[in-house]
Ligand binder design. Structure first.
Ligand code: NDP
Length: 275
């Protein structure tokens, strides 16, 4: 089994991004909006600030109180949409319960939509006219490219149908001529689909969901799941399922590091489209 190392690919990409930003003298500004003080979000944001700053992007965290009203948040988004110094905006999830995250995230100008969650950007993938691709999805596509794994003609099972991972990934893979099956919590007999798949992507968030009995030898496994078990970070595949793979992404160190690299990739893309 060959490990698909997102950590290694990210390192190479960050070097490339730093050079591009320097050479082309790109002035890129990122604004992250956070409501409240969620501990996991604090860690994600720290990383986003660290990696963007390392490549020469000016990042700014706008931390609002937990009880900020939706109308006030919308005002902040509208101001940032107008601000010429801001290339990209991220609304950090999760937001408190009184905020409709999807509605607010979709108010971000599609031309500043780093996460690719706006209707325009999501539909562009469905329409096979891709604009900004959500970071996790783009990260997985980059991993396939980096490891010379062709997807055209492959039977791919995507487990999970969220608007930010499962669905746009399925659309993007169809655009690349894969034959895609989407499974979810109501799928009867998941194994029936995964067993014959050349590539299995699990974007669920359930440890031990994909076992060795459910996959064929030599399959390619992409583990998007993030689960905390006994203080350890694990994915959705069992270790034994991974051992049957020809290529497998580890957790941690697989898809996760790519998501953050793709924030930078999308910011560069947004900046270059500004011209
Ligand atoms: P969601 O909770 O939005 O979606 C989970 C999906 O899994 C749903 O479509 C759900 O089905 C499906 N599902 C739940 N239980 C089962 C089951 N037993 N069998 C089959 N399908 C099931 O999650 P996200 O898409 O936001 O994230 C998925 C995972 O990926 C999480 O662990 C998250 O932490 C991780 N993640 C990792 C990232 C990274 O950078 N590595 C980035 C983003 C997410 P249904 O639609 O029927 O409810």
């Amino acid at each position: 089994m060959k490990v698909i190392s997102g950590t290694k690919v990210r390192k190479e990409l960050l070097e490339k991004y730093r050079e591009t930003i320097q050479k082309k003298k790109l002035k890129i500004g990122l604004a992250i909006i956070q409501l409240g003080d969620n501990e996991a979000s604090n860690t994600y944001i720290r990383n986003k600030l660290k990696y963007t700053e390392e490549v020469g992007i000016e990042s700014n965290l706008i931390k609002l109180p937990e009880k900020t009203k939706e109308a006030e948040l919308i005002k902040v988004i509208e101001e940032l949409n107008k601000d010429k110094k801001v290339t990209g905006i991220i609304l950090q999830s999760p937001t408190p319960d009184h905020i409709d995250f999807t509605k607010c995230a979709r108010l971000i100008d599609p031309k500043k939509d780093v996460d690719g969650f706006s209707e325009e950007n999501l539909f562009s993938i469905r329409d096979n006219n891709e604009k900004i691709i959500p970071c996790t999805v783009k990260g997985i596509l980059k991993l396939f490219d980096s490891y010379n794994i062709p997807v055209a003609g492959k039977d791919i099972v995507v487990i999970g149908r969220s608007n930010i991972v499962g669905r746009p990934l399925a659309d993007a893979l169809i655009n690349r001529n894969a034959t895609v099956t989407i499974c979810h919590s109501k799928t009867k007999n998941l194994e029936k689909y995964t067993k014959h798949a050349d590539i299995v992507v699990s974007a669920v968030g359930k440890p031990n969901l994909v076992t060795k009995e459910m996959v064929k030898r030599g399959f390619i496994g992409i583990d998007v799941g993030i689960n905390m078990v006994d203080g350890k970070l694990v994915g959705d595949f069992t270790k034994e399922a991974g051992e049957k793979a020809s290529y497998m992404t580890p957790v941690p160190g697989g898809v996760g590091p790519m998501t953050i690299a793709m924030i930078i990739d999308n910011l560069i893309e947004l900046k270059e489209k500004e011209k």
